[in-house]
Write a new protein. Sequence first.
Length: 127
Amino acid sequence: MKTLIALAALLIGAASCADSLAPSAATLDGSWGVQGEVPGSSERWDLTVQGNTISGTGSWTGEACCAGTLTVSGSIARDSVHVQVTFTGAPVTSTYYFDGTLASRIQLVGLATRNGGSTYVEHLQKL
């Protein structure tokens, strides 16, 4: 009987860990930074989740170039995050799309697609 109770507790704990990685206000609200940027470049998202809607603002810098602000808007669908990121600031105004999942409570990983169709893997870390 003790073995069954221990096994049940282990399964419940595993299930709750999986649930803790579901995108939600609890897991996504806050500041996120894009990892692996070229030195001198940065991208930061400050996210807020309400229901299944994601919104946010942030900032970006380009290596020896320029800087500006960005907006993030999108949604949560089951275990995935789907957002549009729009950069503004001289001399750039551009948009890309990010589709990803939480790899951990502080890691968001997904595929970024630029307007021209180029895609790449993007990693964000909670700051």
